[in-house]
Design a binder for this molecule. Structure first.
Ligand SMILES: [Zn+2]
Length: 438
């Protein structure tokens, strides 16, 4: 536990996408599970679910709102005019989006991501990133392909869960704060963005995708806005909606909501999403304040975070495209683990561990990646023209030893990611089974 004293508005390009492409990260595990791979879930548009279950949705959201207000002093209550009114028969989707306080710039339509190993017929209609998201596509998003889904057809839980687990990074949580210069920001009651740069395309989702639940008392006192992180709220919202969807026979939305929630679970397995400055001790933080070098410190952490994501994405995707499913990095994801995990364990278990692993991860990155990328505060990794060549760049300077060391470190984090993924799948199956029995 450490303290940081400097202006958190400087926590700027801490880019808050956590792992790149959550769908691909989950895929090595999901593809091995025959029951998840069965095309057995009937695709249903959001409007149909909302119309059929309006009363249940209103009840779930009211209950959750009370629990959030009681349980979290930092939670910004939902303005009364946004609460979901089941008796109003107009514009279910718009009012649902308002009630959840998510971005109205996505249409929450029906699609799935094309995964490594999928065989797609050449005349299939496909979609790209820009068909689904209004955000600029980063290095990792450009290559992705999606398929539209048709209502009434069947799709496997694996595809729903994988695709939905990346959906919050499409822009669901962007532009929601009062100083984001958006219509919803003015209405949603979330207040000013507590940290992160409001002018960066992804910047404003940071407080919803990062969870600083283990700050020490000094930091909390000096930077109380760091306490205003909200991933736990998102996880609870979607889990409760999934519970309702399964119980009322809307299996597609059960899996999809659980996929949305899984995104935040996955984000929180990454140390850079649970600690504002992993690996920076109190003395260094104070010294950098004294020396006026806090910007530098933040830039270094941001670059390490960015390099980690690029490296993870390139290593995992290359192996998946080669079909190297037995490679140690992919086995770290696919090997079965006995995992039990529900939203109740997010703070006590998941984020506590992520915080503890931060300094080790930061050290490996700082030692094994060429200094320009991780130890030079004048350099910006995110958007760097050779971002996609991250593995070759590291190998050119550090050789096999650097790759080995980074793979070792990454393997541990992927194994942890998979532990929580598997726990979440077990939890989802219990909700699905519960619905069968009722
Ligand atoms: Zn995220």
């Amino acid at each position: 536990m450490r303290s940081i004293f400097f202006a958190v508005s400087l926590l700027a390009c801490h880019q808050a996408t956590a792992w790149s492409d959550h769908a691909s990260l989950a895929w090595p595990m999901l593809r091995t599970d025959a029951t998840l791979m069965q095309s057995r879930v009937v695709v249903e548009p959001l409007d149909a679910f909302l119309k059929a279950e309006a009363e249940g949705i209103a009840e779930v959201l009211t209950r959750l709102e009370i629990a959030m207000i009681e349980g979290d002093p930092e939670y910004p209550p939902t303005p009364a005019q946004l609460s979901f009114d089941a008796s109003n028969k107009k514009d279910f989707r718009g009012r649902f989006i308002d009630a959840l306080r998510i971005s109205p710039r996505l249409d929450y339509g029906l699609y799935r991501q094309v995964m490594a190993g999928d065989v797609i017929s050449p005349d299939s209609e496909t979609l790209g990133w820009s068909d689904l998201s209004y955000l600029p596509s980063g290095d990792s998003a450009q290559e992705r392909i999606y398929l539209p889904l048709t209502p009434g057809t069947r799709v496997s839980p694996a595809y729903i869960l994988a695709s939905a687990s990346d959906e919050p990074d499409l822009g669901m949580d962007v532009g929601l704060y009062s100083n984001n210069d958006t219509d919803v920001g003015a209405r949603y009651g979330l207040g000013e963005q507590p940290f992160g740069n409001p002018n960066l395309p992804y910047g404003s989702q940071a407080p919803l995708h990062m969870g600083f639940y283990h700050l020490d008392a000094v930091t909390e006192l000096a930077q109380p806005s760091l306490k205003r992180t909200l991933p736990l709220w998102r996880i609870k919202q979607y889990e409760e909606l999934a519970r309702l969807a399964f119980a009322s026979g809307h299996e597609y939305w059960g899996w999809r909501f659980m996929g949305w929630a899984l995104h935040y679970v996955g984000d929180l397995t990454q140390p850079y999403h649970t600690d504002p400055l992993p690996g920076v001790d109190l003395l260094s933080a104070l010294w950098s304040v004294v020396m006026g070098e806090t910007n530098d410190l933040i830039q270094l952490v941001s670059n390490r975070h960015g390099v980690l994501e690029s490296y993870q994405y390139r290593r995992v995707l290359a192996l998946m495209h080669e079909g190297a499913w037995q490679a140690p990095l992919l086995l770290a994801i696919s090997e079965p683990q006995t995992a039990c995990f529900t939203p109740e364990g997010v703070v006590s278990d998941l984020t506590a561990q992520s915080v503890a692993l931060g300094p080790g991860l930061d050290e490996v990155l700082s030692k094994r990646v060429p200094p320009l990328y991780v130890s030079d505060p004048s350099f910006e990794w995110v958007g760097y023209e050779f971002e996609a060549d991250v593995v070759a760049l590291i190998s050119a300077q550090g050789g096999d030893a650097a790759i080995q060391a980074l793979d070792n470190e990454l393997r541990g984090h992927l194994r942890r990611f998979s532990y929580y993924l598997q726990g979440w799948i077990t939890h989802t199956r219990a909700l699905e089974r519960g619905a069968d029995q009722s």
